[in-house]
Write a new protein. Structure first.
Length: 193
DNA sequence: GCGACAG
DNA sequence: ATCTTGTCGC
Protein backbone atom coordinates (compact mmCIF):
# COMPACT_ATOMS: atom_id res chain seq x y z
CA UNK A 1 0.00 0.00 0.00
CA UNK A 2 2.79 2.38 0.88
CA UNK A 3 4.44 1.66 -2.47
CA UNK A 4 1.24 2.56 -4.28
CA UNK A 5 0.93 5.81 -2.36
CA UNK A 6 4.48 6.71 -3.23
CA UNK A 7 3.71 6.09 -6.90
CA UNK A 8 0.69 8.37 -6.54
CA UNK A 9 2.95 11.08 -5.17
CA UNK A 10 5.31 10.73 -8.10
CA UNK A 11 2.37 11.21 -10.45
CA UNK A 12 1.30 14.28 -8.49
CA UNK A 13 4.81 15.75 -8.60
CA UNK A 14 4.78 15.37 -12.38
CA UNK A 15 1.71 17.65 -12.55
CA UNK A 16 3.30 20.46 -10.54
CA UNK A 17 3.75 23.75 -12.33
CA UNK A 18 6.18 26.13 -10.66
CA UNK A 19 5.00 29.27 -12.42
CA UNK A 20 4.95 32.85 -11.23
CA UNK A 21 1.92 33.85 -9.18
CA UNK A 22 0.97 36.81 -11.32
CA UNK A 23 -2.54 37.57 -10.18
CA UNK A 24 -2.81 39.79 -7.17
CA UNK A 25 -3.60 37.77 -4.06
CA UNK A 26 -6.95 39.14 -2.98
CA UNK A 27 -8.03 36.10 -1.06
CA UNK A 28 -5.40 34.34 1.05
CA UNK A 29 -6.33 31.13 2.83
CA UNK A 30 -4.65 28.91 5.42
CA UNK A 31 -5.55 25.42 6.65
CA UNK A 32 -4.60 23.42 9.73
CA UNK A 33 -5.83 20.39 11.64
CA UNK A 34 -6.10 19.63 15.37
CA UNK A 35 -7.03 16.33 16.99
CA UNK A 36 -9.03 14.92 19.83
CA UNK A 37 -8.08 11.30 19.79
CA UNK A 38 -9.18 9.95 16.40
CA UNK A 39 -11.35 12.95 15.66
CA UNK A 40 -9.79 15.54 13.43
CA UNK A 41 -10.89 19.17 13.24
CA UNK A 42 -9.80 21.05 10.15
CA UNK A 43 -10.12 24.81 9.89
CA UNK A 44 -9.69 26.98 6.80
CA UNK A 45 -9.23 30.69 7.43
CA UNK A 46 -9.58 33.04 4.46
CA UNK A 47 -8.80 36.72 4.43
CA UNK A 48 -9.96 38.80 1.51
CA UNK A 49 -12.82 41.18 0.85
CA UNK A 50 -14.55 39.25 3.60
CA UNK A 51 -13.16 36.97 6.25
CA UNK A 52 -14.34 33.38 5.92
CA UNK A 53 -13.91 30.45 8.27
CA UNK A 54 -14.78 26.93 7.23
CA UNK A 55 -14.51 23.84 9.39
CA UNK A 56 -14.70 20.09 8.93
CA UNK A 57 -14.82 17.32 11.49
CA UNK A 58 -14.26 13.60 11.04
CA UNK A 59 -12.45 10.43 12.03
CA UNK A 60 -8.82 10.34 10.98
CA UNK A 61 -7.56 6.79 11.12
CA UNK A 62 -4.64 6.74 8.71
CA UNK A 63 -1.46 6.76 10.83
CA UNK A 64 1.13 9.47 10.67
CA UNK A 65 3.95 8.28 8.45
CA UNK A 66 6.74 10.74 7.61
CA UNK A 67 6.40 11.49 3.91
CA UNK A 68 2.77 10.39 3.75
CA UNK A 69 1.15 13.10 5.84
CA UNK A 70 -1.28 13.87 3.02
CA UNK A 71 -3.07 10.57 3.59
CA UNK A 72 -3.85 11.62 7.11
CA UNK A 73 -4.72 15.30 6.67
CA UNK A 74 -5.50 16.06 3.03
CA UNK A 75 -8.99 14.48 3.05
CA UNK A 76 -10.29 16.52 5.99
CA UNK A 77 -8.52 19.66 4.76
CA UNK A 78 -10.26 19.30 1.40
CA UNK A 79 -13.58 19.04 3.24
CA UNK A 80 -12.84 22.29 5.07
CA UNK A 81 -11.92 23.92 1.74
CA UNK A 82 -15.14 22.91 0.03
CA UNK A 83 -16.50 25.76 -2.07
CA UNK A 84 -13.39 27.83 -1.55
CA UNK A 85 -10.96 28.74 -4.33
CA UNK A 86 -8.44 31.23 -2.93
CA UNK A 87 -5.80 33.06 -4.94
CA UNK A 88 -3.23 31.44 -2.66
CA UNK A 89 -3.54 28.62 -0.17
CA UNK A 90 -1.08 28.12 2.67
CA UNK A 91 -0.76 24.65 4.11
CA UNK A 92 0.70 23.48 7.41
CA UNK A 93 3.41 21.14 6.10
CA UNK A 94 5.86 20.96 3.20
CA UNK A 95 5.39 21.41 -0.53
CA UNK A 96 8.16 20.13 -2.82
CA UNK A 97 10.64 20.01 0.06
CA UNK A 98 9.77 16.35 0.19
CA UNK A 99 11.44 13.02 -0.74
CA UNK A 100 9.23 12.75 -3.85
CA UNK A 101 8.62 16.50 -4.24
CA UNK A 102 5.06 15.82 -3.21
CA UNK A 103 4.34 17.09 0.28
CA UNK A 104 0.79 17.79 1.44
CA UNK A 105 0.85 21.36 0.08
CA UNK A 106 1.75 20.02 -3.35
CA UNK A 107 -0.91 17.31 -3.29
CA UNK A 108 -3.60 19.85 -2.36
CA UNK A 109 -2.36 22.33 -4.95
CA UNK A 110 -2.54 19.79 -7.75
CA UNK A 111 -5.82 18.18 -6.73
CA UNK A 112 -7.60 21.49 -6.12
CA UNK A 113 -5.79 23.23 -8.98
CA UNK A 114 -4.93 26.21 -6.79
CA UNK A 115 -1.66 28.00 -5.97
CA UNK A 116 -0.21 26.60 -2.73
CA UNK A 117 2.76 27.11 -0.44
CA UNK A 118 3.82 24.75 2.29
CA UNK A 119 4.82 26.23 5.65
CA UNK A 120 6.33 23.76 8.10
CA UNK A 121 7.60 24.07 11.64
CA UNK A 122 10.36 21.54 11.12
CA UNK A 123 12.41 19.98 8.35
CA UNK A 124 11.54 16.73 6.62
CA UNK A 125 14.39 16.46 4.11
CA UNK A 126 17.20 18.51 2.66
CA UNK A 127 19.88 20.70 4.14
CA UNK A 128 19.89 24.39 4.91
CA UNK A 129 22.45 26.28 2.83
CA UNK A 130 23.08 29.98 3.19
CA UNK A 131 23.44 32.07 0.05
CA UNK A 132 23.04 35.81 -0.38
CA UNK A 133 21.70 36.15 3.12
CA UNK A 134 19.00 33.55 2.52
CA UNK A 135 18.77 30.11 4.07
CA UNK A 136 17.77 27.84 1.21
CA UNK A 137 16.51 24.33 1.71
CA UNK A 138 18.52 22.25 -0.72
CA UNK A 139 17.63 18.74 -1.82
CA UNK A 140 19.75 16.82 -4.32
CA UNK A 141 21.53 20.05 -5.19
CA UNK A 142 18.22 21.78 -5.93
CA UNK A 143 16.74 24.69 -4.02
CA UNK A 144 13.34 23.44 -2.91
CA UNK A 145 12.50 26.02 -0.29
CA UNK A 146 13.74 28.53 2.24
CA UNK A 147 14.02 28.68 6.01
CA UNK A 148 12.95 31.96 7.56
CA UNK A 149 12.96 32.32 11.31
CA UNK A 150 11.93 28.93 12.66
CA UNK A 151 9.78 28.00 9.66
CA UNK A 152 10.35 26.25 6.36
CA UNK A 153 8.60 27.52 3.24
CA UNK A 154 8.39 25.58 -0.01
CA UNK A 155 6.35 25.79 -3.24
CA UNK A 156 3.29 23.60 -3.38
CA UNK A 157 1.94 24.30 -6.84
CA UNK A 158 1.45 27.22 -9.23
CA UNK A 159 4.00 29.45 -7.45
CA UNK A 160 7.75 29.96 -7.83
CA UNK A 161 10.53 29.81 -5.28
CA UNK A 162 10.67 33.60 -5.67
CA UNK A 163 7.01 33.88 -4.67
CA UNK A 164 7.77 31.71 -1.65
CA UNK A 165 10.75 33.82 -0.65
CA UNK A 166 8.59 36.92 -0.92
CA UNK A 167 6.00 35.34 1.33
CA UNK A 168 8.61 34.21 3.85
CA UNK A 169 9.67 37.81 4.28
CA UNK A 170 6.20 38.67 5.58
CA UNK A 171 6.74 36.56 8.68
CA UNK A 172 4.53 33.69 9.82
CA UNK A 173 1.18 34.09 7.99
CA UNK A 174 -1.72 35.27 10.12
CA UNK A 175 -4.13 32.94 8.32
CA UNK A 176 -2.10 29.95 9.52
CA UNK A 177 -1.83 31.40 13.02
CA UNK A 178 -5.59 31.73 13.08
CA UNK A 179 -6.21 28.31 11.55
CA UNK A 180 -4.00 26.79 14.23
CA UNK A 181 -5.62 28.75 17.04
CA UNK A 182 -9.17 28.07 15.89
CA UNK A 183 -8.65 24.36 15.21
CA UNK A 184 -7.46 23.95 18.78
CA UNK A 185 -10.30 26.10 20.08
CA UNK A 186 -12.92 24.04 18.23
CA UNK A 187 -11.30 20.88 19.53
CA UNK A 188 -11.77 22.16 23.07
CA UNK A 189 -15.40 22.95 22.26
CA UNK A 190 -15.84 19.33 21.16
CA UNK A 191 -14.45 18.02 24.43
CA UNK A 192 -17.19 19.91 26.29
CA UNK A 193 -20.15 19.07 24.07
C1' DG B 1 22.71 -1.93 10.80
C1' DC B 2 22.19 3.19 12.16
C1' DG B 3 20.20 7.73 12.07
C1' DA B 4 16.39 10.86 10.27
C1' DC B 5 11.77 11.39 10.28
C1' DA B 6 6.15 17.42 7.97
C1' DG B 7 1.76 16.65 11.61
C1' DA C 1 -0.22 16.04 16.40
C1' DT C 2 -0.95 15.34 21.77
C1' DC C 3 0.32 14.66 26.69
C1' DT C 4 2.15 18.39 30.42
C1' DT C 5 5.33 22.02 35.15
C1' DG C 6 8.09 24.87 35.83
C1' DT C 7 11.36 28.04 34.27
C1' DC C 8 14.12 31.51 31.64
C1' DG C 9 13.82 35.89 29.21
C1' DC C 10 11.93 40.10 26.96
Amino acid sequence: MVDFLKLFQKVISREVKLVKLNKEVRELCGVDVAYWGETGVAVAVCEGEKRLINTAKGKVTFPYIPGLLFMREAPIMIKALEGISPDLLLVDGHGIAHPRESGIATVLGVLLEVPTVGVAKSKLVGEVVEENGLNYLVLNGKKVGVKSGKYYYSPGNLVTLEDVIELSRQGYPSVLREADRLSKKFREDLKLS
